[in-house]
Design a protein around this ligand. Structure first.
Ligand SMILES: [Zn+2]
Length: 158
């Protein structure tokens, strides 16, 4: 079982965390539940991702907010070595019932940005939401350390 994430694995579907939100959506607006990410993933020890996510039932649907850390293997842009980035991410998402989806599928789906996030059986693919937010927080110019000398100093001419 893999113990780290990488740029390659993050392009796929590396995090498996499905949450049934039907009971939350039956609670009064304002009801919130907080889940530990590592407990939902329950895949590896030490966990790939740690943190907490709060799901809140709102008048318009529900919100997903949270924060966590993930260890991701990246390639340093200076020395081209792989290193483990201790990546901090935050999640802020709002999901709305989508009438078009309900018409098409005859079910009360929820979506955000055109992507269905809660299926007709009220299962939220939280692993996919977490994955996308980790990807958003991957550094644009990864460095193994801020003072990495890079290739030229490590391999001087001659
Ligand atoms: Zn480096």
């Amino acid at each position: 079982m893999q113990r780290t994430l990488s740029a390659e694995s993050l392009a796929g579907h590396p995090l498996d965390a499905l949450v049934n939100v039907s009971s939350l959506l039956q609670q009064p607006v304002g009801t919130a539940v907080t889940c530990r990410i590592e407990e939902m993933l329950r895949s590896t020890e030490p966990p790939l991702v740690t943190g907490a996510v709060t799901l809140t039932h709102t008048s318009r649907g529900m919100t997903v907010s949270g924060a966590g850390t993930a260890n991701v293997i990246l390639t340093c842009m200076r020395c081209l070595d792989e290193y483990c980035e201790h990546l901090v991410f935050t999640i802020e998402e709002e999901l709305h019932p989508e009438p078009g989806f309900a018409d098409r599928r005859g079910a009360d789906g929820f979506e955000t940005l055109g992507e269905v996030r809660i299926s007709r059986n009220h299962t939220l693919d939280l692993g996919e939401i977490i994955r996308q937010h980790i990807v958003l927080h991957v550094p644009f110019k990864p460095l193994c350390r801020t003072d990495c000398p890079g290739l030229e100093e490590m391999h001087p001419d001659g």
